[in-house]
Design a protein around this ligand. Sequence first.
Ligand code: UT7
Length: 326
Amino acid sequence: MGIVIKGTGCYVPERVLTNSDLEKMVDTSDEWIVSRTGIRERHIAGPETATSDLAAQAGLRAILSAGITPEEIDLVIVSTVTPDMPTPPTATIVQRKLGIPPCMCFDIEAACTGLLYGIDLVHGMLASGHRKTALLIGGDKLSGVVNWTDRSTCVLFGDAASALVIQVDPAAGEDFYVAGEISADGRNAEFLKIPGFGSACPPTQEGIVQHLNSITMNGPKTYQMAVSAMSSACRKVLDRTGVTPEDIRWAIPHQANDRIISSVAERLGISERIYRNVARFGNTSSASIGICLDELNRSGQLKRGDLVLTAAFGAGLTWAAELIRW
Ligand code: UT7
């Protein structure tokens, strides 16, 4: 008896926003964005699209990829910082959209680390024996919480969702989840946040004018923390399991910035087999790692038994590294 990743899916909205489009909106350049971040384009959802729409599309693709029916799912978790609304949970809206019967459904919020927090959570819940099939989704419509006049943040983010079907499999010999190093340090919460409109800073007309409902970030501080937190979490996972960088089939760091990815790769000594798609999607928060997994899975670049090392960081600051056996 083991727990396996049975299916993957992802969804990005059709509309593409290129760096040259952004050159017409703020004082920036394709050259600056590419050299500092590696991002060339990102996908942006229209006003009629909610996070649950992105999440449901990704979820449907994961269900089809797993070859299961919605009736088999008995746990739905959505990781998001942009829920459709404060309540009900976006997971219940996705459940309704996908025709999943009554079961445990809730949201988690761990920013860009959310999918990895979710994997750890789902694994523990399935291992307890009370549930069999989970739909885990990371989805965000970050375009709705970006200040489109702030060049230091608006060039970085994109909208997307990704999903995993994780299932107890009586025929599987071992679990997909080999080891995880998961943490957060709230002392650095100021580096990256959306300051309004929660209970600490309720919505006001003035707050809207001041863009308090948009992402603010200390880029350089977040950058330094990202490199050191992801590298040291990966190192701990490798040391604990005795797995070497040569054993890793794919390393998948959170896709926020190509230079961060390169620094982590260099520190770990994994310069090849490090997956990158940040150029096409920008930073898609908790959708990011699931998109990479789905692309690798669908293109046949992952075989059963392959070891995949994932790592992420995000607001909080939260971070995690997880070793997965495909
Ligand atoms: O999922 C977690 C999310 N967060 C991250 O991953 C962010 C991590 N941080 C980063 O990726 C980088 O810090 C950024 C890409 C955000 C910024 O790159 P940087 O090399 O750290 O630049 P900087 O913030 O130190 O700014 C350098 C210069 C500044 O101008 P001055 O003061 O040197 O004249 C900025 O005003 O670049 C300027 N700048 C821009 N110029 C053109 C900032 N944004 C832009 C822009 N276009 N879009």
